[in-house]
Design a binder for this molecule. Structure first.
Ligand SMILES: Nc1nc2c(ncn2[C@@H]2O[C@H](COP(=O)(O)OP(=O)(O)OP(=O)(O)O)[C@@H](O)[C@H]2O)c(=O)[nH]1
Ligand SMILES: [K+]
Ligand SMILES: [Mg+2]
Length: 386
């Protein structure tokens, strides 16, 4: 492909080659029959409310960082490939527990199986976000090389899924449509790519000016879209101009483990990227339990009232009449909501069950002048749908 000149005439040829390569990569990554997958030997049980993987070249300071953030000792030394397996630690932050994974360094060619690249990448795929640790004093090309390695195995960092609707059909040929003007692909090229995948009946609708690579991602369908923070470590050994430039890049943060610089900002950024939603439960007539939040995530399972109930107990949803919500997601305080209501971080929720006789709660509630009591009254007068 590198040897093919890029012009209108070779466009179709290149597109087809891209699809062929994507197909072969997918085959290559399928775990051999009888094995549990590419992450063999690296299995670490998931723990806590989220999982963060440390990915980087050897000796950039991944283990040093894990030790600083979690207190779990992971061996650090001045030689490369000090770490040979996956070492988990726990970060306690904002009342939640986040599992941080230290991993062996990876190198160019990791996606093709160099070093322990395959296992490392498999573990990073199982996490919620990636911290790509980089050495601020080393080549800036490293970030690009690692991104390519991760992309080669289907990881997409800091990208949104392409806005392309694609559905295979049994008959009817291919229907091709777009709501925007397309500058990277045309109908013929899309047909050829679909052909490469032996797809002859399908619906294809472009909602953005997507590329061939985007289309292939959508057809392959197994891509994982993850947030990634680029962590430039060892800023103690580079000049202030470099630090300033690196710090201004998107999704990036500069730190020094040695000088304990900016670690708190790194944690805050990580927390933000994870998008965790803490919901405090409030038993009727009592103060909310701020010590033990139910933790939801829109990437993992969702943040609706229904998701909240399912986390507490699977059969709970059936018993819920409505819930009372205090906090950022509530239009008024409290708002009575149904199962589809989407909760925000630090909301307080009280569940009102179907069978619960409201008069029963009243007695216990007399001293309570505001809130749930009166809402219950209002709801009785004008029962909610659902
Ligand atoms: N100057 C400087 N050195 C650091 C910093 N953080 C870590 N180091 C040093 O960098 C070297 C490598 O650190 P490790 O934590 O072993 O790096 P790693 O990424 O885990 O390395 P591998 O496990 O071999 O992939 C050690 O000598 C550390 O002391 C830092 O902030 N500044
Ligand atoms: K090392
Ligand atoms: Mg290490």
């Amino acid at each position: 492909m590198a040897r093919t000149q890029k012009n209108k005439a070779t466009e179709y040829h290149l597109g087809q080659l891209k699809a062929k390569i994507a197909k072969l990569r997918t085959q290559l990554l399928e775990p051999p029959k009888g094995s549990s997958g590419a992450g063999e030997g690296f299995e670490v049980t998931k723990y806590g409310h989220g999982r963060v993987a440390l990915i980087g070249f050897p000796s950039v300071g991944k283990s040093t960082l894990l030790t600083m953030l979690t207190g779990t000792q992971s061996e650090a030394a001045a030689y490369e490939f000090t770490t040979l397996t996956c070492i988990p630690g726990i970060i306690h932050y904002n009342g939640t527990k986040i599992q941080l994974l230290d991993l062996p360094g990876i190198i160019e060619g990791a996606s093709e199986g160099k070093g322990r690249g395959r296992q490392v990448i498999a573990v990073s795929k199982s996490s919620d976000i990636v911290l790509m640790v980089l050495d601020a004093s080393k080549s800036e090309g490293h970030r690009q090389i690692l991104t390519k390695e991760l992309e080669a195995v289907g990881l997409r960092l800091n990208k949104k899924p392409p806005q392309i609707y694609f559905k295979k059909k049994k008959t009817g040929g291919i229907s091709f449509n777009s709501t925007v003007q397309l500058t990277h692909v045309d109908e013929k090229l899309c047909y050829q790519i679909l052909h490469e995948y032996k797809i002859h009946n399908a619906e294809l609708l472009f909602r953005e000016d997507a590329t061939v690579d985007d289309l292939i991602d959508v057809i392959e369908g197994n891509r994982k879209y993850m947030k990634c923070i680029y962590v430039y470590n060892k800023i103690d050994v580079v000049g202030i101009d470099d630090v300033d430039r690196l710090a201004r890049q998107p999704n990036s943060i500069v730190i020094s483990c040695n000088l304990k610089l900016n670690l708190d900002r790194l944690l805050a950024k990580m927390w933000e990227a994870m998008g965790l939603v803490r919901v405090y439960t409030k038993p009727q007539g009592q103060q909310p339990d701020f010590g033990d939040p139910v933790v939801l995530s829109s990437d993992r399972g969702g943040c609706s009232v229904e998701d909240f109930c399912n986390q507490i107990h699977r059969s709970l949803v059936k018993e819920v009449k409505y819930v009372l919500v205090w906090g950022a997601s509530a239009r008024h305080s409290p708002q009575h909501c149904g199962l589809s209501h989407v909760l925000h971080d630090e909301d307080v929720v009280q569940i009102v069950k179907k069978k619960e006789k409201e008069s029963e709660g009243r007695g216990r509630f007399k001293s309570h002048t505001t809130g749930p009591d009166r809402i219950a009254d209002r709801v009785k007068k004008a029962p909610l749908k659902n």
